[in-house]
Write a protein that binds this ligand. Structure first.
Ligand code: KG4
Ligand code: ZN
Length: 333
């Protein structure tokens, strides 16, 4: 069973081939054009997907040593994501499935982030909790089975990745700033500056306040010392990261207590963050959790995770028709 999967929800064009549940290729073309604008420009993302999609698919098939005639199904990200970006992948997948007379599989991008944990061993067993943290989402997911998941907490405003990227922008760092905050934070003191954490009831999050707090903090400090950011970059980054990670971990611990679940995973672009990874391992030791952290290449957007989700859907013959269109705000559970 060979499935070709396509991911085009934001600013990575990616294609992967999965054979009987094993990833054979995972090609990712990152769009660097957005760096010029300090964030993803939807129209430019769609154009770049158009340029990249054919070479990325060809390379994925070649690397996997699978021809298009040996495919069993075509999968694509239906949502959530940018409509124009999703349309490129969806249209390509639909045309290919139609041309080759193959079944089509639609995949929810956020469920796929969770299923990235099944690409390699060791995989968590059910039920487990997954903190899915990306540029567009912050969710605590109760995972009962491969395709049976429930969102038990989520952000009510900005995503945590957005908080990283917007904070980085205020510091004059290029997009995406999350990985740069992580890099500078490693040389800084996380307790150098105290920043407020957003308060939200239950298992929900709020990250919009911290951005404003950082803006006012930087304005005040640079009025007194115009070189404040340059002189304190590592300490500022470490303090921002510490505050964001602390907020995430507080709710994750609460979710573990409430559900009694001790198998805890993280997923999504922000799960590449070294502070979050370290905090999870530490909390795991303190609370006797079994913790699961994906490989770096499967944290940020990739088609291997879409292929993994498609594999489980294929086993259940969960196919979709040609009439299925992208859903920018697609959810689950
Ligand atoms: O999952 P992803 O690739 O795309 C979305 O579905 O949004 O996540 C991208 C987000 C960006 O906000 C990026 O800054 C953040 O993940 N990110 C990080 C790190 N690596 C990626 N944030 C903090 N530390 C990192 N090391
Ligand atoms: Zn993502």
């Amino acid at each position: 069973m060979n499935i070709l999967a396509i991911e085009s929800s934001c600013d990575e064009t990616s294609a992967a081939v999965i054979t009987n549940g094993k990833i054979r290729s995972n090609i990712v073309a990152t769009q660097i054009i957005h760096q010029l604008y300090g964030g993803v420009v939807p129209e430019l993302a769609s154009r770049a997907h158009q340029q990249h999609i054919i070479p990325v698919v060809v390379e994925a098939l070649q690397t996997a040593k699978v021809t298009k005639n040996e495919l069993s199904a075509i999968a694509f990200t239906r949502g959530p994501g940018l409509l124009g970006a999703l349309l490129v992948g969806a249209s390509f997948a639909k045309s290919m499935a139609l041309g080759l007379d193959l079944p089509l599989i639609e995949v929810n991008h956020m469920q796929a982030h969770v299923l990235a944990h099944f690409i390699d061993d060791p995989a968590p067993s059910f039920p487990f909790l997954c903190l899915t943290v990306s540029g567009g989402h912050t969710q605590i997911v109760l995972v009962r089975n491969f395709l049976d998941m429930e969102i038990i907490g989520q952000t009510q405003d900005d995503a945590v990745g957005e908080a990283f990227d917007k904070s980085a922008k205020l510091l004059g760092l290029p997009y995406p700033g999350g990985p740069l905050i992580d890099k500078y934070a490693q040389r800084g003191n996380p307790l150098a500056f105290s920043l407020p954490t957003g308060e939200m009831p239950a298992l929900d999050f709020s990250f919009s306040g911290i951005k404003t707090a950082i803006l006012y903090f930087l304005q005040k400090q640079t009025r007194q010392n115009p070189n404040f950011i340059d002189q304190n970059l590592a300490d500022i980054c470490a303090s921002i990261q510490h505050t964001l990670v602390k907020t995430l971990m507080q709710k994750l611990k609460k979710a573990a207590l409430q559900t009694g679940i001790r198998q805890i995973a993280i997923a999504g672009g922000v799960s590449a963050n070294s502070g979050l990874r370290a905090a999870l391992v530490q909390a795991g030791q303190a609370n006797k959790w079994e913790v699961y952290v994906p490989k770096f290449e499967y944290c940020t957007d990739n088609a291997a995770m879409i292929a993994m989700a498609a594999h489980y859907k294929y086993l259940e013959a969960d196919f979709c028709g040609q009439d299925v269109s992208p859903l920018p705000r697609m959810t689950f559970g």
